[in-house]
Design a protein around this ligand. Structure first.
Ligand code: CS2
Ligand code: MG
Length: 402
């Protein structure tokens, strides 16, 4: 079998997606997600101009060699654009292999290690009452784990809280919006949120919270300590992780579990965090981390230090990545939890898939390969529109992490 052609399908059904389709000379094709929220066309260009010409004629079964060829052969290392491009190729090749061998990808990763993939979803509200109601609604839908985010009194707009009644979608068409942020108000507020959620929802529901890179290490330590009475499943992205050593300080002050890594694109971004057990869950995911091949290596290293996976799964990761993450999460031993921010009805129509949700768990299905398709005719009706993630500034105007 040889790779005969490869193309990108760039579309925007409610939000932008970049999808790679690799077709073999035997008619079998594979799909890969290449979506990098706010920088989509950078990855599209990297693939079209520099990667796809090198794939034609290669054996699609040589997944490891092609990964190494694209990683080492570029000479320049790492970065979200490069690794998202490599990830798209990698996902498509695993999809092809599963289809050619007539087996779901999880069987190529060691087979089932569990029956279903535990997932968590997003609950949010403009204030505590709305946020508690949202958590209760998602728990009633069957979720066993729910992330809670809320507006912060005195702060005009907070991460994770939609401006309208629609599901939260951070990317905005047109130029980046700017919002103001107050860490002080946030730190005084969040414990009250979780006190109210625990009182309303009881002790058994897994609760998660995304700090979204906004605190200094000592502020994150303070928050972790303040949240201990509410025994969160995790506190996510407590501080920017370029300085992995910063997590040592947080760890010394709190037993609230820590998750980070959704902005990572290489195992090296997490090397010290894992080997020092400064985190409990690795959020690095398949589309931005270099694909299934790369994440298998990272997850196996993490397993040695009892660090589990907690892959990113927001709507800006396409259903192709969700499918790949579910196969991965079903198979590996040190799986922790999978984020499930459900895509919209239109997105699901553009990307028909075999995966499903039931009673707090998701199942990749047993279709050969990844079990996800793309309706190219429908996708063509929704052309790409430039969009950006928001920018955040502190109350004094200092630019800060969104
Ligand atoms: C968030 C994401 O889901 C999460 O944990 O951090 O919504 C993130 O803000 C977006 O994926 C950025 O594109
Ligand atoms: Mg996050």
């Amino acid at each position: 079998m040889k790779i005969e052609s490869a193309k990108l399908i760039i579309c925007s059904p409610d939000r932008n997606f970049v999808t790679l389709k690799i077709v073999t000379d035997e008619g079998i094709y594979g799909l890969g997600d290449a979506t990098l929220n706010g920088r989509e066309l950078a990855v599209a260009s990297y693939l079209t101009e520099h990667v796809l010409p090198c794939l034609i004629g290669r054996d699609p079964f040589q997944i490891e060699d092609i990964w190494q060829y694209l990683y080492r052969g570029a000479y320049w290392r790492r970065g979200p654009v490069t690794m998202s491009a490599i990830a798209a190729v990698d996902m498509a090749l695993w999809d092809i292999k599963g289809k050619a061998l007539n087996t779901p990808v999880y069987n190529l990763l060691g087979g089932k290690s569990r029956e279903g993939v535990l997932v968590y979803t997003h609950a949010n509200g403009s204030d505590i009452a709305e946020a508690v109601d949202s958590v209760q609604r998602h728990a009633a839908e069957g979720y066993l784990a729910v992330r809670a985010q809320s507006g912060v009194p005195g702060v005009a707009s907070s991460y994770g809280v939609p401006k309208s009644g629609k599901p939260y979608e951070p990317a905005e068409r047109g130029l980046p919006s700017e919002s103001l942020w107050s860490t002080e108000k946030y730190l005084n507020f969040v414990p009250k949120l979780f006190d109210a959620v625990r009182k309303a929802c009881g002790e058994d529901l897994h609760l998660l919270h995304d700090v979204h890179h906004r605190l200094t290490p000592i502020e994150a330590a303070r928050l972790g300590k303040a949240l201990e009475p509410y025994h969160l499943f995790w506190m996510e992205d407590p501080t920017p992780a370029e300085n992995q050593e910063a997590f040592r300080l947080i760890r010394e002050h709190t037993v609230t579990p820590i998750a980070t890594g959704e902005v990572f694109n290489s195992f090296w971004d997490a090397h010290d965090l894992i080997r020092n057990q400064w985190i409990d869950y690795l959020r690095m995911t398949i589309v931005h981390g270099g694909g299934i091949t790369a994440l298998k290596k990272a997850a196996d290293f993490a397993a040695v230090y009892q660090v589990r996976t907690g892959f990113h799964g927001a709507t800006d990761l396409s259903p192709v990545t969700m499918a790949a993450a579910l196969h991965f999460g079903l198979a590996i031993h040190n799986f922790g939890i999978q984020e499930h921010m459900p895509h919209t009805k239109l997105m699901d129509e553009v990307f028909p898939h075999a995966y499903s949700f039931n009673a707090g768990y998701m199942y990749p299905g047993d279709a050969p390969g990844l079990g996800v398709e793309i309706d190219e005719a429908l996708a063509a009706k929704y052309p790409y529109q430039r969009a950006y993630l928001p920018i955040a500034r502190k109350l004094d105007g200092t630019l800060t992490d969104w």
